[in-house]
Design a protein around this ligand. Structure first.
Ligand code: NAP
Length: 277
């Protein structure tokens, strides 16, 4: 292999990537990187205002991007989004399932005991992370099955490997995402095509709106005890930056990982490798 062959592997020109949660801190970074590597990108989220900002950031490349309002927990809205993607780009090559997150009311601590966590909020977090990965995989995975190739990339978490304290539904749902990643990788390769792959990335700790309330003090912005514990347990000694994820995502979406399926790749500054001693 020479450098021009290597560059070709990471040239996404003519490929279409759907990114759920594409307006989020991590999903947005992935969307910009993919457009920069030549891809057509469909950004799915419920609210469209953050997408406007993202399209502005893409500048002249934004003509290869489209923002579509869709709810990953609503099959009908995903089907409509798939039709829009088909009309605009002709099909789909990759799906990035980045929509997900936690809710403060599904988090133990203070007055909120495990016994009192409201069932509807627990169910919401479970559905968002697990069903919100399964349903887009059904809709866009079917399009991949029709043409016999494609890549699905899920977003897992450190809390899937060993559950983090306080975030009960989130941890259980992300553990289920790991299981789903392996199950679906085997299923699509055996039933549809060995050229359809399913993998996941497990980001370590990135400061975003879903975890800011857990990791920093609202008034001062200082690290909470939990934030300090995370940094202390991350051998690289810092939170991740969204761009830290991009290399792993591009690798797993590209033909450079053509023989890789069913894995969950940590991008965590060493958090999952460190025993704490
Ligand atoms: N940040 C971290 O440290 C970290 C660590 C490990 C794993 N992760 C995982 O990485 C993924 C991305 O996280 P992030 O930090 O980028 O999240 P984020 O900044 O909170 O963004 C979440 C994205 O998901 C979308 N979304 C939420 N609910 C949705 C729904 N029902 N239907 C469609 N879209 C929905 C949001 O847009 P709308 O609200 O407009 O729909 C937004 O685009 C998540 O799965 C998260 O669990 C994050």
């Amino acid at each position: 292999m020479d450098s021009s062959e290597l560059n070709r592997l990471y040239d996404f020109s003519g490929k279409t990537v759907v990114i759920t949660g594409g307006t989020g801190i991590l999903g947005g970074e992935v969307a910009c990187a993919l457009v920069g590597c030549g891809a057509n990108v469909a950004i799915l989220a419920r609210r469209m205002e953050p997408a406007e900002h993202l399209l502005e950031l893409m500048g002249g490349r934004a003509n290869r991007a489209v923002a579509i309002s869709a709810d990953v927990m609503d099959l009908e809205s995903l089907r409509k989004a798939a039709e829009t993607v088909r009309e605009k780009f002709g099909g789909v090559d990759c799906l990035v399932n980045a929509a997900g997150g936690n809710k403060p009311q599904a988090t133990t601590g203070g007055d909120l005991r495990f016994f009192d966590l409201p069932a509807d909020v627990l169910r919401y977090v479970f559905d968002l992370n697990l069903m919100g990965t399964i349903l887009p995989s059904q809709v866009f995975g079917k399009m991949m099955a029709e043409k016999g190739e494609g890549v699905i990339l899920n977003f897992s978490s450190m809390s899937a490997i060993r559950p983090l304290t306080r975030v009960v539904a989130y941890s259980a749902a992300k553990a289920a995402v790991n299981s789903l990643t392996q199950w679906l990788a085997v299923h699509v390769a055996q039933e549809y095509s060995p050229r359809i792959r399913v993998n996941a990335v497990a980001p370590g700790f990135f400061l975003t709106k879903q975890n800011r309330f857990l990791l920093t003090e609202e008034k001062t912005g200082d690290l909470t005890a939990r934030g300090k514990a995370i940094i202390g347990h991350t051998p690289m000694g810092r939170f991740g930056q969204p761009e830290d994820l991009v290399g792993a995502v591009l690798w797993l979406l590209s033909p450079a990982s053509a023989f890789v399926t069913g894995i969950v790749l940590p991008v965590d500054g060493g958090f999952s490798a460190f025993s704490g001693v």
